[in-house]
Ligand binder design. Structure first.
Ligand SMILES: [Zn+2]
Ligand SMILES: [Zn+2]
Length: 450
């Protein structure tokens, strides 16, 4: 297929020399012309990707609405998973499923040898009752940890699945020209697996999603109402936080509320621990290196006003953006709780459960791919990290990866007005999806051609 850009360039160079239709002949040309011919070939492919992205956009939007209306919670994405596998098969893409419960891996082998790049979309929805008034609004209900809940794509993973299926279609249409292999990772349970189950990116990795073919780099995006339609935002290095949870049990000695000296009051000890934990980020860590947060989200102890109880429990979350600092915070939480308890004659037992690692954009890969992102839109921003977390980080622990934000906030709203991800009012402006399709497709192709 000839294209206006190739035609224009061949005029510049002289059609006599180039014979643009015979790109394969370029190796016979002199070095100078060879370089130019490669550029023309590149321009052609870029343009074809953009044309294909434009072509698939309406079906991507339709697909996103369908998934939005039929949201499924983590490890229960049966319908979504089947929709994905069927679509990939229609496109002639090799499909591996199930993986990590309801996951699907698609493998598109290009016509030329080369590296292996993975593109990821998460598929799960949240236990949220949708309050957005849309013709394709979710009315789905299900049971979650024993509770009856509504289900909504309140984090926009419906958009991620639809975008990546669009990208699969775009890349399948240029398969013969792809120098390498594209692996599509459709992943369950990013928001966390149900109690007692494994899931998400960690299980995808464990079950070999990055092996065979062995993936060299991984890319992913997330829609957000923080940024408007047309914007891409990213950050080299730590972009999202590691998330860990802690549980502290303070054990005192029960007695009458009127005679505290006859027991050991775990509520007063727990209160001291709550305050002291706040001094870990504010007084003990070098937060000029990276921010960190320790939050006590739950405190529970006692049954009535005049009994000092035996025990008091504290539960909280830890967010950090530096691996060494993360370990340090764990040690300090343990020491703070145990030593304060001991000073009062109580005991504290501390359990820390590690959650998602730091979403860390490999600096070299980010630098290499930044020109591609910049080519996609003039509205591009290098942003501050956020203390939210993403299980995309498990892929990045294995291979270099880049995760970027795609703005889907309506242009007539400010960031303050727009409902955030996870809100029952979270709204994706679909006019922002086209940029996501282009960005993912170009990032994959540019990576393979490097
Ligand atoms: Zn989320
Ligand atoms: Zn999400």
């Amino acid at each position: 297929m000839s294209s206006p850009i190739a035609a224009r360039s061949s005029q510049l160079l002289g059609a006599r020399l180039l014979r643009p239709a015979n790109r394969e002949l370029r190796t016979f040309f002199t070095i100078g012309v060879l370089v130019t011919a490669t550029t023309i070939s590149a321009a052609t492919l870029e343009q074809r990707i953009d044309e294909a992205a434009k072509r698939v956009e309406p079906s991507v939007i339709e697909c996103r609405r369908d998934i939005h209306q039929h949201p499924e919670l983590g490890n229960r994405e049966f319908r979504t998973s089947k929709l994905v596998a069927d679509r990939l098969q229609q496109l002639g893409i090799e499909v591996r499923t199930p993986i990590a419960h309801t996951g699907v891996v698609g493998i598109l082998r290009g016509g030329k040898p080369g590296k292996v790049v993975a593109l990821r979309a998460d598929m799960d929805a949240l236990p949220v009752v949708e309050q957005v008034d849309l013709p394709f609004k979710s009315t789905v209900r299900t049971t979650y940890n024993g509770q009856d809940v509504g289900v909504m794509h309140a984090c926009g993973h419906d958009a991620h699945v639809a975008i990546l299926l669009g990208v699969a279609e775009v890349l399948a249409s240029i398969r013969s020209e792809l120098p390498g292999t594209v692996v599509f990772l459709f992943q369950p349970a990013e928001e966390g697996a149900p109690q007692g189950e494994e899931g998400g990116a960690q299980l995808m990795v464990k079950e070999g999603a990055l092996d065979n073919p062995k993936v060299d780099a991984v890319f992913g995006l997330h829609v957000t109402s923080r940024y408007p339609v047309g914007e891409i935002a990213y950050r080299p290095g730590a972009e999202l936080a590691a998330v860990d949870s802690f549980h502290i049990k303070v054990i005192g000695k029960q007695t009458h509320g009127a005679y505290p000296w006859l027991g050991v009051d775990p509520i007063v000890v727990a209160s001291q621990i709550v305050l002291a934990l706040q001094t870990i980020p504010s007084r003990q860590l070098d937060i000029s290196l990276a921010p960190a947060v320790v939050t006590v989200g739950m405190i529970r102890g006692g049954v009535r006003n005049n009994i000092i109880p035996d025990e008091c429990e504290l539960v909280g979350t830890i967010r950090s953006l530096d691996a060494a600092m993360r370990d340090d915070i764990h040690a300090r939480i343990k020491r703070t709780a145990e030593d304060i308890a001991s000073s009062a004659g109580a005991k504290a037992s501390v359990t820390i459960d590690t959650g998602y690692p730091i979403t860390y954009n490999d600096p070299k890969l980010t630098e290499e791919m930044a020109p591609t992102l910049r080519r996609m839109t003039s509205n591009i921003e290098v942003v501050n990290p956020t203390l939210g977390a993403e299980d995309f980080s498990f892929y990045q622990e294995k291979v270099p990866g880049l995760f970027f934000w795609l703005g889907t906030r309506p242009k007539n709203q400010t960031a303050e007005q727009a409902a955030s991800n996870h809100s029952p009012l979270f709204y994706v402006d679909e006019s922002g999806l086209g940029l996501g399709i282009r960005a993912m497709a170009h990032v994959a192709v540019d990576y393979l051609r490097k």
